[in-house]
Each structure stands twice: as structure tokens, then as C-alpha cells.
Write a protein that binds this ligand. Structure first.
Ligand code: OOB
Length: 989
């Protein structure tokens, strides 16, 4: 007998036993529509659909799909978020007998392409966009790459190719006759291997899966199920989930995401009775409950499964959420184990329950296939009425994981508790084989969590030349105080743990990487930290006392190290100078790349904050500071506009091998090499003595800059045309800028010193890299994020000149406070910054800490406000950056339209102007200065650039005047190189 046919041999028996019903899933839906006709079946936002209407819509869509040429046995890739469109599509495909392949919204090109290659779908039904991601370009590429793919159906607006889902209305036809034992749909495996596996579930087995689960979980007509996990996953789809709720006449409420904000509101509004989560989300819900007091009293049962739930967290569920807990151990391959509703608390808190069906044949075996002794841990193998007999198109893999008796070898390690319940102890793959000693990751994780500083832990195996595998502890800390591997070793020693179980490597994270359904993704952790195999390099440090003015010394040091690539960044009383680059992180094209000493890693850039976090975590240095820039055109990525041609990466960060941080009284020198440290120390001491002696040298001549007239007429025309677009309602506000070229070669350091003396900037900087230089006196930061996750931004909008004296300044300030245009402009900017911070910050504590103060910046004064908040769990500094970039002060409102119009009016890319110069630290902090009031030089050609905010009331002359006022804070301070030095520079540009 072929092992894969074990289940087929049982068909008659299973049918006779009443476990398999002789109906297709579509026929079940028809029965439910007849039985529960006018009752509400589905709710999404304000839309509610009765069983009858839902079934009718399914029939019409099935007709439309058939008209498109989608027939019985065709595979159809479905990638839709939680919503009615998903349910309609699923059942319509079942009605025509096509096989839906249920991809998750979080899947991207890598997974989608692999699925297309494997299953050769004839159609792809996909959302237009979801959570900021536009699926259409990816889907269109699949049309070109996958020859079998004939139809693209878009739920939403079509861009170039495809048909809108909403237009698929066909005549209602008789459904195709379907064998209930045949494949109904293909689920994706939650497996840990690289390639996706497809799991063919039949009508009969899946109907049993959902309906028996509904019974076990106490679903009835009054059940209101909240689909919070992504509905393409087996758990919310059929355990009992959507299909189970429909089978009892209950209703299903769709939540777009599983965030507590959204879900709590829906639970209260629709009196939800049941829902399901994976453990990482349970923790977030429990945290949210500390301040959220939504009415969750309707909730009867929270199902938790998909990964191990610790007993401690399990114990918090009922007190915090007021509902019963059920633990679920399940798998898309079939087997479901549930704790029962009437189980004692000890079973519910400490076990993963027992099989759904008496006919589930579950065994725990040793590596040689023999059953383990009572209470011992073994690999869980299973066959049964709703467990598959083989993956789709995976013969070789099937031979490995299905044995001759038809058992599926799950790779999960489990034991039976004395009371007959399963306790999942981990996975075979999560056992670390350290020099031959087997170590269970779960055991070390539990002990790590007992350390007072550790909030959560994950332990992974990394390949090690010496040990075979080494133990890597990944931890999230309660407080961002650093913890060392040594401290963890002490902890393990005090617990009496043998030395070979102590972690060999420690990695500190701010949040966990999650799989598409929200489980901890250990594979990503392995990829991320494997390249840290070499111990991280440490900076050698020394602190030198100084007597010079820190700004003068920092500038002198920059002058000394030029023309090497460097960045000098002033913030909070410190001038931080990064010299050279030993590692580079770049965002360009579709990836974020990390280069270190000739080795390169890359991460897909469809989630830029995540990719940057991964790159940062892979840096093989301890306590690094990165210096970098972001061009204004990066904003086009964040706002789904097409890239513009550019020679510079959208974002680049460099780790310097040498750093000098100067403040009043001392300089901290940090270098990777002892020789570099010593040399820098001597340099600092020499230059400190020189700066302290010389006060101000006579700086070279001032450049001739025609800030009053250059391009003035064209600028006024641009303002006029923008005002017309604003009156037409294209956008509300736009910042248009004007470039004024300078003759001669600029002395960066002298210009910096002169400009800095005349300005009172929020930040200042010199950035020089590969023939491009920028010196700036930034009026505001785009974002400041502390190591502890405090976020702050300071929008400045509304400008007046400072005038010639204190009286004039006071008079101009008065007029600024009384100008409705300036005040409106300011208020709108503050509101926008608030809205941008909301999705990434904890709701409590997010607010405006300073409102409409005055900030004096060089030759001008501005209305300024400050907003502060705290990052939500799961968000990093780059999420804050992505939310706030570009500064509204430099783009306009709404940002997307304004950014598009800027390119149109200014005709070309802005590059660094109105982008950022920034520093980012290994502790997660980030400080990004807005590049305005700056001087630029690119391969010998220098210019200054400034803009003004255009609104409907703008007058071209006044806006031109504003650009002059702003240019006046930089242009007069530009210093040129002496003639001889210029000549030398021309020879070697
Ligand atoms: C569910 O399904 P999949 O296919 O995404 O993942 C299955 C794997 C299992 O083999 C096991 O390794 C792990 O996820 N798992 C658990 C668990 N439940 C699943 N590990 C520890 N404790 C648990 N309670 O994850 C799934 C399918 C249906 C219902 C619930 C979960």
C-alpha cells in the first residue's frame, strides 16, 4: 500500500462513523443560507451581510469567475486581508470547484513567486493595497513571470493590468458537482523550512475540522466570532473560526489587524463572544488592557495557539480580559488539540489539551520510531480523519515526513501529562546540539525570563565552527539598561545550570520578528545573528580634557581629517565627528544592503523600518554610532510615489572606524584600532592647544551671492502656479524652493564656523562624502528618538525676519502672532505631526509639550511646537522616522500630493535639501536634522537653497522675500578657499 493513501482507505469508515459528510463546503453554505437566511453572517466596518445575501453574492461572483475562464481544478492564488471580499472569494471559488491557495497579506514577492512556481495558478486575486503596501506592481510582475497565470483580479482600483473584483458578476449557474473527498483548498504550511509547502484539504475533512471545532468551543447561533488573526490562516479560518461560526448560524466580525486598539473597539461594538490569538499578541492585549477600559464583557472565550503560551501569561488572561482561556495546539496539516471548556484551570493553564477527535491517532516516538515511555518527551506523529496524507507537489519531502503507516511526523516535541493532555516541549529543530550535548531551547528561554532585567527571551542555534552549534540568547529587556553576557552567566551559575547550557552569544532586541500570522520567527533571528559569528568588534576609547571652545575644536578636527569622508553632527551640546567608513548600510533599489569588509547582506526594502533594524542588528560592532543622510526623494517611497533617477542612495548610514565626540571640557575618542586611537589623541591635544590660543583667524573672503534676484521671476511664477493648484483643491500647502549657485570653491570648515557663530540652530553639521559636501544649520529636527523609545519632533511653521534690533524683532514677532495665515499654517502642521505619530506611539502620553513658542534661527524667527510620545511595542526608531519623514515644514500638506507637485514645479530631485543628516546609535536612539539653511557643493559646484510655504493666501513677492530672509542666514557666511588652495582643489576635485 502506498503510504500516502492511508486516509483514503479510511474514507468509508469515516463516512459511516459520521465524521465525513457527503457534501462539499459550498453545499454546506447553501444549507446554512437556507437555515439562517435573514440572520447577519458577516460584518466588516459599517457593512453587514445576511446569510441569504452572502450566499447570493457568492453565486454571482462564482458566475463572474467562470466567465473569466476559471474552472474546476484550477488553482487560484488568493491574497486578501480580513474582510467580506475574502469570504466571498473563498466560497465562490469553492463553488466553481477551483482550488484557492490562501496566501497571507504579509507575503511579498519572495513567497508569492515561489507559490506561483509551485502551484502554477491560473488566476491571482489580490487586494489593491493593505497597510500601506500596494500589491499591484508585485502582482503585475507575476503575470510576466508565471506563464500559467492568465488572470489578475484586484480587490480595489486597477492600476494597469487586471480586472476589478467588484465587476465580476455573472449569471447564477448550477454549481459544479464536487466530490466531497476531493481537494477543496490549499493552505500554506507554517513550516520552518525555506520553501512554502501547500496543504491540500478536502471538503469533507475541512468541514469536519470546522464543525467539530465549533461544537467543542460552544459556538451556537449567538456566537459572534472576531476574526483578528489573518483569515487565510487555518486557526481563524476553521478552528472553528469563520467557517465554524457560519456552520452554527453565528456571525463573524472582521478586524483588519489584531491590534488591541482595533479589536477592543470591535468587541465592545458588536458584543463579540469568541476570538483567537497567537501568544505574542496575547501579551500586547494584556499590556493594552492596563490602560484601555473598553467594555469586553461580552467575550466568553479567548483561544490561544500557534506557539507555546507560557503558564504565567496564560494565568493573566481571565483576570485581565474577563473571559475563559482555551489553549489550542494546531497545524495546517490537520491535527487539532484543544483544552476543553470545562477542564480544570490547571489543565487550561499548563497544557495544550487533547485531540479534537477520538479517531485522531497521535503517538509520541523516539528517533528510532518506538513509542516513548509514559511522561517522556518524543516527536509527535499523527494520522487521522482530517490530517493530510501528503503535501501538494512535494514527493521528495513527503517521503521524509509521512511514514509507511501514513503517520505525519510533525517535528514537534511533546509529552503526555498525567491527566492525558499534551504538553508541547518545543520542536526537534529547536534543539541545540552543542558539541554533542542536546539542549532544549525552551528550557533556556524559561530560565532567561527569570532574570530580573529580561522581559522575554528566545534561544536559537547558530552554526559554529568549533562547537557545531552554539547557543544564542536573544532577549528583550524591561528597561533599556544594557546587560552583558557575563551577567547572564552569573545568573545561570546561581541557578546551578551546567556550563554547556550557558548562552555563547547574547543579542538584545527591541521587538521580535514575527511570521505572517504573528508567531515568533526564529528563522529570521538565525539569519540575522549568524553573521555575528565573529565576536563583535569593540571601540577602544579614551577621554581627553580640552580647554578650547568645543565648536571651534570640532571644526578644526573636521578640517584636519578632510578630504576624507566625514560627518560632524552637533546635538545637545556635543559635536560628534565620524571619520571614514568601515561598514555601510544603504537603501537603494528594492533592498537595504549592509556591506562590511567586502561581505554583503541584503533585506527586502518593502518594509524599510524592519529592514533597517535588521541591518543594524547585523552590524558586527558593539556600541556603534552610525552617521548618515536621507535624500528628500526617500519621501516618495514612504508615500508610494515612483522613484526618481538619482545617483545617491535614498538613505545611507556609515559606521566610522574613528569617532571623536567633543563637548565642553572633554573629548571622547573612539577607534577600532589602537594606532588610530593614539594618533587621534595626539591630534586632539595639538588642535586643542591651537584653538585655545588663536581666537578668530581672518577667514577667507565672502562669496558673492545674488540671493535677491537669482531665479526670482521663475520662482514667482512657480508660486503663482502652485497657488492656482491649491485653489483648485489639489493640495493645501506646498514648500517651493529656490537654488542660488555660488562661484568658487567653498571652504567647508570656515563656512561652518562663520555660519555657526551667526546662527542659533537646533542642529548643525558638516557632511562630506565622495565629492559631495553639505554644511548646515538645521532649524529643526525631523525626529528624535531616545534609547528608551521616547519620540519627539518639533514642527516649525510660520516665519518672520529677526530684523536689525530687539525692537524690530519684537514688532515682527507680534505681527507673526497676529497673522492668520501663519497661525493656520502652523496649527495644520502640528495636527499632521500628531496624526503621523498616533499609529506608532502609545496613546497615553502622546501630546503637544510646547505650543506656538518662538524659535530664533539665524536671521529669522519661527513659530515652533514640540510633540512627544512613546513608541508602541513592535515599533523602532525607524518607524518614527518613516512616519514623520519628510518634515512637513519642507514638503507640504497633504504630503503625498505636495511631494509629487514639488518634483513637477522644481523639475528634478532635491537630493539632500529638505532631507536629513542624522546619527543613529546601537541602543536604538536616532537624531535626524532637517537639511535646510544649508550650503551644498557637488564636485566643485556650490549652491545655497531655501524655500517658503505656499498656501492659498500666498503672495509671490512675499514668499520670494521669505526665501531671501532664509538665504540670509547662510549665504553671507559662506567662505571660499584661498586662490592657491582652489587651484589645488581643481587639480584634485
Ligand atoms: C497553527 O498552524 P501552523 O500550521 O501555522 O503551525 C503549526 C505548528 C505546529 O507544528 C507547532 O510547531 C506550532 O505551530 N504550534 C504550537 C502550538 N500550536 C501550534 N506550538 C506550541 N504550542 C501550541 N499551542 O499554528 C495552528 C493551526 C490551527 C489552530 C491553531 C494553530
Amino acid at each position: 500500500m502506498h503510504p500516502l493513501h492511508w486516509r483514503d482507505t479510511q474514507a468509508q469508515h469515516l463516512t459511516q462513523a459520521g465524521l465525513w459528510q457527503p457534501q462539499s463546503l459550498n453545499e454546506h453554505l447553501q444549507d446554512w443560507a437556507r437555515a439562517f437566511g435573514p440572520r447577519i453572517a458577516l460584518i466588516e466596518g459599517d457593512q453587514q451581510l445576511s446569510y441569504r445575501d452572502f450566499e447570493h453574492q457568492v453565486c454571482c461572483l462564482a458566475g463572474g469567475l467562470a466567465d473569466l475562464g476559471i474552472h474546476s481544478g484550477d488553482r487560484v492564488l488568493v491574497q486578501l486581508p480580513n474582510g467580506i471580499a475574502f469570504a466571498r472569494t473563498l466560497f465562490a471559488l469553492l463553488r466553481v470547484g477551483a482550488w484557492p491557495i490562501l496566501a497571507m497579506p504579509a507575503h511579498r514577492e519572495h513567497e508569492i513567486q515561489a507559490l506561483c512556481e509551485l502551484a502554477e495558478p491560473s488566476a491571482y486575486i489580490v487586494a489593491e493595497r493593505f497597510l500601506g503596501f500596494d500589491y499591484r506592481p508585485m502582482a503585475e510582475r507575476q503575470l510576466d513571470l508565471c506563464p500559467a497565470l492568465r488572470q489578475l483580479v484586484i480587490a480595489g482600483d486597477v492600476d494597469n493590468r487586471g480586472v476589478p473584483l467588484a465587476t465580476l458578476h455573472g449569471a447564477v449557474r448550477e454549481p459544479e458537482p464536487v466530490d466531497p473527498h476531493s481537494t477543496a483548498l490549499l493552505l500554506l504550511s507554517g513550516g520552518t523550512t525555506g520553501t512554502p509547502k501547500l496543504i491540500p484539504r478536502s471538503h469533507a475533512d475541512y468541514a469536519y475540522n470546522a464543525m467539530a471545532s465549533a461544537q467543542l468551543c460552544g459556538f451556537d447561533r449567538d456566537a459572534v466570532y472576531l476574526a483578528a488573526l489573518p483569515i487565510a490562516h487555518n486557526f481563524p479560518l476553521a478552528c472553528p473560526g469563520l467557517i465554524g461560526a457560519l456552520s452554527t448560524g453565528g456571525r463573524v466580525v472582521f478586524s483588519r489587524t489584531a491590534s488591541a486598539d482595533e479589536a477592543f473597539d470591535l468587541i465592545a461594538r458588536h458584543r463579540v463572544t469568541h476570538t483567537a490569538l497567537v501568544p505574542p499578541l496575547v501579551k500586547l492585549w494584556l499590556q493594552a488592557r492596563e490602560w484601555d477600559h473598553s467594555d469586553l464583557s461580552s467575550l466568553r472565550l479567548l483561544q490561544v495557539g500557534g506557539a507555546r503560551l507560557s503558564s504565567d501569561v496564560a494565568a493573566l488572561v481571565t483576570p485581565a480580559l474577563g473571559c475563559a482561556l482555551q489553549q489550542v495546539f494546531g497545524m495546517a496539516e490537520g491535527l487539532l488539540c484543544y483544552t476543553r471548556l470545562d477542564d480544570p484551570q490547571s489543565v487550561i493553564l499548563n497544557t495544550q489539551g487533547r485531540p479534537l477527535c477520538a479517531a485522531d491517532d497521535v503517538r509520541l516516538v523516539n528517533t528510532d520510531g518506538t513509542s516513548v515511555a509514559a511522561g517522556e518527551v518524543g516527536e509527535l506523529i499523527v494520522r487521522g480523519p482530517y490530517t493530510i496524507s501528503g503535501y501538494y507537489r512535494a514527493e521528495a519531502h513527503n517521503r521524509q515526513v509521512f511514514d509507511a503507516e501514513g503517520f505525519y511526523h510533525s517535528g514537534d516535541l511533546a509529552r503526555w501529562s498525567a491527566d492525558g493532555n499534551l504538553v508541547i516541549e518545543g520542536r526537534i529543530k529547536e534543539q541545540i546540539n552543542r558539541a554533542g550535548e542536546k539542549i532544549a531551547a525552551a528550557e533556556i528561554e524559561q530560565l532567561l525570563r527569570e532574570h530580573p532585567q529580561v522581559q522575554d527571551a528566545a534561544v536559537i542555534a547558530l552554526t559554529d565552527e568549533r562547537l557545531g552549534e552554539r547557543v544564542c540568547a536573544c532577549v528583550i529587556l524591561h528597561q533599556p539598561q544594557p546587560i552583558t553576557l557575563g551577567a547572564l552567566h552569573q545568573h545561570f551559575q546561581s541557578l546551578g545550570l551546567p556550563r554547556h547550557k550557558w548562552p555563547d552569544q547574547l543579542e538584545i532586541l527591541h521587538s521580535w520578528p514575527l511570521t505572517s500570522v504573528g508567531k515568533l520567527d526564529k528563522r529570521q533571528l538565525q539569519q540575522r545573528f549568524q553573521c555575528n559569528a565573529e565576536p563583535r568588534q569593540r571601540y577602544l576609547e579614551c577621554r581627553v580634557p580640552i580647554s578650547a571652545d568645543p565648536q571651534a575644536l570640532a571644526a578644526a578636527l573636521a578640517g584636519h581629517y578632510l578630504p576624507q569622508d566625514l560627518t560632524l553632527y552637533e546635538h545637545q551640546g556635543e559635536w560628534s565627528l565620524g571619520i571614514g567608513s568601515i561598514a555601510q548600510v544603504r537603501l537603494s533599489g528594492t533592498t537595504v544592503q549592509l556591506n562590511v569588509a567586502g561581505q554583503c547582506w541584503s533585506w527586502p526594502a518593502d518594509d524599510i523600518p524592519l529592514a533597517l533594524e535588521k541591518a543594524a542588528q547585523a552590524l558586527p560592532f558593539e556600541l556603534w554610532r552610525a552617521y548618515g543622510t536621507a535624500t528628500f526623494e526617500l519621501a516618495r517611497r514612504f508615500h508610494q510615489l515612483a522613484d526618481m533617477p538619482s545617483t545617491r542612495p535614498l538613505l545611507q548610514l556609515d559606521i566610522p572606524p574613528l569617532e571623536i565626540r567633543v563637548r565642553e571640557g572633554s573629548a571622547l575618542i573612539r577607534a577600532l584600532q589602537p594606532a588610530a586611537l593614539n594618533a587621534a589623541q595626539s591630534r586632539v591635544q595639538e588642535l586643542d592647544a591651537e584653538c585655545a590660543r588663536t581666537l578668530d583667524q581672518s577667514l577667507p573672503r565672502v562669496a558673492q551671492v545674488d540671493i535677491a534676484h537669482h531665479d526670482a521671476a521663475r520662482y514667482c511664477r512657480q508660486v503663482e502656479s502652485a497657488v492656482a493648484q491649491i485653489s483648485r483643491g489639489d493640495y493645501q500647502k506646498i514648500i517651493l524652493s529656490r537654488k542660488v549657485p555660488l562661484e568658487g570653491r567653498v571652504d567647508l570648515v570656515a563656512s561652518y564656523r562663520a555660519g555657526r557663530l551667526a546662527n542659533t540652530p537646533a542642529r548643525s553639521f558638516i557632511h562630506h562624502k565622495g565629492g559631495f559636501s553639505c554644511v548646515g544649520f538645521s532649524p529643526e529636527t525631523v525626529v528624535e528618538v531616545s534609547a528608551g523609545g521616547a519620540v519627539s519632533t518639533q514642527p516649525l511653521a510660520g516665519t518672520r525676519a529677526l530684523g536689525r534690533d530687539a525692537d524690530e524683532e519684537a514688532r515682527l514677532r507680534q505681527s507673526l502672532y497676529q497673522d492668520p495665515k501663519e497661525i493656520a499654517e502652523h496649527a495644520v502642521s502640528v495636527k499632521l505631526a500628531f496624526e503621523e505619530l498616533q499609529p506608532i506611539c502609545e496613546p497615553q502620553g502622546l501630546g503637544v509639550s510646547e505650543f506656538m513658542d518662538i524659535s530664533r534661527r539665524g536671521s529669522v524667527q519661527h513659530l515652533s511646537s514640540r510633540l512627544k510620545g512613546r513608541l508602541k511595542p513592535g515599533c523602532n526608531a525607524w518607524h518614527a522616522f518613516a512616519a514623520l519623514f519628510p518634515a512637513v515644514t519642507a514638503s507640504g500638506i497633504p504630503k503625498r500630493e505636495a511631494i509629487a507637485a514639488i518634483a513637477e514645479h522644481e523639475g528634478g530631485s532635491r537630493d539632500l535639501y529638505s532631507g536629513c543628516v542624522m546619527i543613529a546609535d546601537s541602543d536604538g536612539s536616532l537624531d535626524a536634522a532637517l537639511v535646510l539653511r544649508s550650503l551644498f557643493e557637488d564636485h566643485g559646484q556650490a549652491w545655497v537653497q531655501a524655500g517658503a510655504g505656499i498656501v492659498s493666501l500666498s503672495l509671490p513677492e512675499r514668499e520670494l522675500e521669505e526665501t531671501r530672509e532664509k538665504l540670509a542666514s547662510i549665504a553671507p557666511h559662506v567662505r571660499l578657499l584661498a586662490v592657491e588652495t582652489q587651484r589645488a582643489a581643481e587639480v584634485q576635485p
